[in-house]
Ligand binder design. Structure first.
Ligand SMILES: Cc1ncc(COP(=O)(O)O)c(C=O)c1O
Length: 336
């Protein structure tokens, strides 16, 4: 089995600066799906650095209000749940809708489960033979979206035989009405939802996320995590960000507009581009060449091998959008 060090991720700007002769500060980083205009953290009081985190602070009630669900647990990034869930069930047959964030496949395989990679339009054909179905909504990288009706139907089918539906909602905060969490004050058996503070709030560095599930499973995850895994600064900043409704409303508008502008630019050079509010995606046989050409100009993007494809995150400003457009015009002929 490959090492998890071999799994590629975006956000690796230090690596970019080593591979190309461009200083770190001069790069435009479009290699992630992280909001480029993060929630702005205030100065952190010394006591927050100094004192151990406490689970009785305000984070849980504020997060319950934000997500509309009570059975949630703060974790050190949704990545922690991705690594832990495979160890909370006996050997199972799990369908993972692909292409997808590679960590999911890695950890289920590593824990000894039988993993089948399935396409979104094959779910109904596979579901009766699965113990667990895992998908990302909206999907990273290929942007596929699922209706809550389909998700509930799949959950019912799986739960009949003690199966699980796991929905990774890392990129759903810009469209909260599409989340499964708003329908459940208490999560039913067999339904697990993952949420991230990294993407919408742009706070990937504090390593905070949530898992929503029935309480027995939350207790197992809490035990695996131990008492101090979510740092006190992460809990404190997360509480403020989750309560800041004004910022959240403005940010939803920004993400909608900025992703529209990005899509307009990218689709004038490449066919069949698709978008979420956080990134643009298209398949292309020369994805490697596209990445290299842009990197030579200081624009760092993400490419995938299977299928050969490209993902571009949101530029921070109009100036960056303009720079991207100019760079694409220099190297790629327009399809218009
Ligand atoms: C789909 C998806 N889920 C989960 C994660 C993990 O996010 P975090 O651990 O920062 O919450 C990522 C990170 O890129 C992701 O793309």
């Amino acid at each position: 089995m490959k090492s998890n060090q071999a799994i590629k991720h975006g956000g690796n700007l230090h690596q970019a600066a080593k591979l190309y002769p461009i200083p770190l500060k001069n790069w435009m980083d479009l290699s992630t799906g992280i909001n480029p205009r993060p929630w702005q953290p205030p100065d952190i009081p010394t006591a927050i650095w100094q004192r151990l985190p406490e689970t009785e602070d305000d984070l849980l009630p504020v997060a319950q209000q934000y997500y509309g669900c009570d059975t949630i647990l703060p974790i050190a990034g949704s990545q922690f749940a991705i690594q832990s869930l495979p160890y909370c069930r006996q050997r199972s047959r799990i369908g993972i809708v692909s292409p997808c964030y590679a960590e999911h496949v890695y950890w289920w395989e590593r824990a000894g489960h039988r993993v089948v990679m399935i396409k979104p339009d094959e779910i109904d054909r596979w579901i009766h033979g699965l113990d667990v179905l895992l998908l990302i909504n909206p999907n990273n990288p290929d942007t596929t979206q699922y209706s809550t009706n389909d998700l509930r139907r799949w959950h019912h089918q799986l739960a009949k035989n003690k199966g699980w539906l796991i929905v990774d909602e890392a990129f759903i905060d810009s469209t909260p009405q599409a989340s499964l969490l708003t329908s459940f004050k208490k999560m039913p058996e067999g339904l697990i939802v993952l949420r991230s503070i990294g993407k919408f709030f742009g706070l990937a560095g504090i390593r905070l996320g949530f898992i929503a599930a029935e309480t027995n499973l939350l207790a197992q995850i809490a035990q695996r995590q131990g008492p101090w895994a979510v740092s006190h600064p992460a809990r404190w900043l997360g509480t403020l960000a989750l309560a800041d409704q004004q910022w959240q409303q403005q940010t939803r508008k920004f993400l909608v507009n900025q992703s529209e502008s990005l899509q307009n630019i990218v689709s004038s050079f490449f066919k069949n581009t698709r978008k979420t509010h956080y990134f643009c995606y298209f398949q292309h046989p020369n994805a490697k060449h596209i990445k290299h050409q842009l990197a030579q100009q200081g624009i760092w993007i993400r490419r995938f091998d299977e299928p050969s494809s490209v993902r571009l995150g949101l530029p921070t400003s109009d100036a960056e959008l303009h720079q991207l457009n100019e760079t694409l015009s220099l190297f790629f002929s327009s399809i218009r």
